[in-house]
Ligand binder design. Structure first.
Ligand SMILES: NC(=O)c1ccc[n+]([C@@H]2O[C@H](COP(=O)([O-])OP(=O)(O)OC[C@H]3O[C@@H](n4cnc5c(N)ncnc54)[C@H](OP(=O)(O)O)[C@@H]3O)[C@@H](O)[C@H]2O)c1
Length: 292
């Protein structure tokens, strides 16, 4: 990875942090987008210790706000004309419904729209950097997701009902599952659109990993996840597929796939629906104002 430039989100914690540090130790230059200056600075210091020769850099943005995603993408594009790998990895699950001042439900905004908008803003730069790779962190939770295009902002989904609570363990997980289905569908359509450009797009499930994920969700869900984490993978184990997709020559030409344990895996039936993938793309582009 000597001399490779990797742009990552969600690298201040969990699997992203481990992946960033491992890839830096292989010689890569890591550019991060973080939201919190103290956590961002700590992450940068760790990387500089790991690989002092590379000019690692950090940029700040709240990725649940699309104007922030666009601003930071423009700053990065100006400073770094070449990017080998874009890793969309930041994500969270929110216990109660909240809407950003841009009118987007927060889970959908952070987990899907930030991936969509950051990629759209850097698309030409990545094509100009080809061969390049885009990696989206999805989840096995996508298996439970069903997209209702009439309720993309989850007004109904967050209300839930008794049976849904039994099925999903609560509306927060249902909304999270939908956002992760969006990651797989987005990757599918992105790979289709980028065919022949030398830029690949793949997504992954890292496994159930003991990270800070779920800590901010609140209530019983945070409690349940805290207990379940005793049986979860370590962040080092969870980061393996991310690192593999960013660095392995074996996947240089592989695109449009969903990976787990460094192997391609069939995603759910809903995640293989090409017309849903196209509809999600068109709707996201309208919401983001990135239609061409
Ligand atoms: N852990 C699991 O079992 C699991 C399973 C399947 C999929 N995943 C997925 O893996 C990805 C990484 O999660 P993780 O498990 O490593 O969790 P984590 O330790 O909570 O890390 C989440 C990362 O996202 C960043 N982030 C959250 N909200 C943000 C915002 N508004 N703007 C900018 N950055 C933001 C966090 O920044 P701060 O450091 O500032 O909080 C942190 O770097 C997520 O997409 C998650 O859905 C996790």
């Amino acid at each position: 990875m000597n001399g490779k430039v990797i742009l990552m989100t969600g690298a201040t914690s969990g699997i992203g942090q481990v992946a960033a540090e491992s890839l830096a130790s292989m010689g890569a230059q890591i550019l991060q987008i973080a939201r919190d200056p103290a956590r961002g600075q700590a992450a940068l210091t760790r990387l500089q210790t790991q690989q002092p020769k590379a000019a690692h850099a950090i940029y700040y943005a709240d990725l649940s706000l699309m104007r922030e995603v666009k601003r930071v993408a423009a700053e990065i594009a100006l400073a770094h004309p070449h990017i080998d790998v874009l890793m969309n990895n930041a994500g969270a699950m929110f216990g109660t419904r909240s809407v950003t001042d841009e009118g987007l439900e927060r889970t959908f905004a952070l987990n899907h729209m930030s991936y969509f908008v950051l990629t759209a803003c850097l698309r030409d730069l990545l094509i100009g950097s080809a061969p390049a790779r885009i990696i989206n962190t999805a989840s096995d939770a996508h298996q439970m997701g069903r997209i209702d295009f009439a309720d993309l902002q989850s007004e109904t989904a967050y209300r839930g009902n008794f049976f849904e609570t039994l099925r999903y363990g609560g509306p927060a997980f249902k909304v999270y599952a939908i956002s992760k289905l969006c990651n797989v569908l987005f990757t599918r359509e992105l790979a289709r659109q980028l065919a022949g450009t030398g830029v690949t797009a793949n997504c992954l499930h890292p496994g159930f990993v003991a990270t800070r994920f779920g800590a901010q969700t609140g209530g019983l869900i945070s409690f349940g996840i805290r207990i379940a984490k005793r049986f979860a993978l370590s962040p080092e184990e969870g980061a393996k597929t991310l690192i593999y997709l960013a660095s392995s020559p074996g996947v240089a030409a592989v695109t449009g796939k969903y990976f787990h344990n460094c192997q391609p895996l069939q995603p759910s039936k809903a995640a293989q629906d090409d017309s849903a993938a196209r509809q999600l793309w068109e709707t996201s582009a309208k919401l983001a104002g990135t239609e061409s």
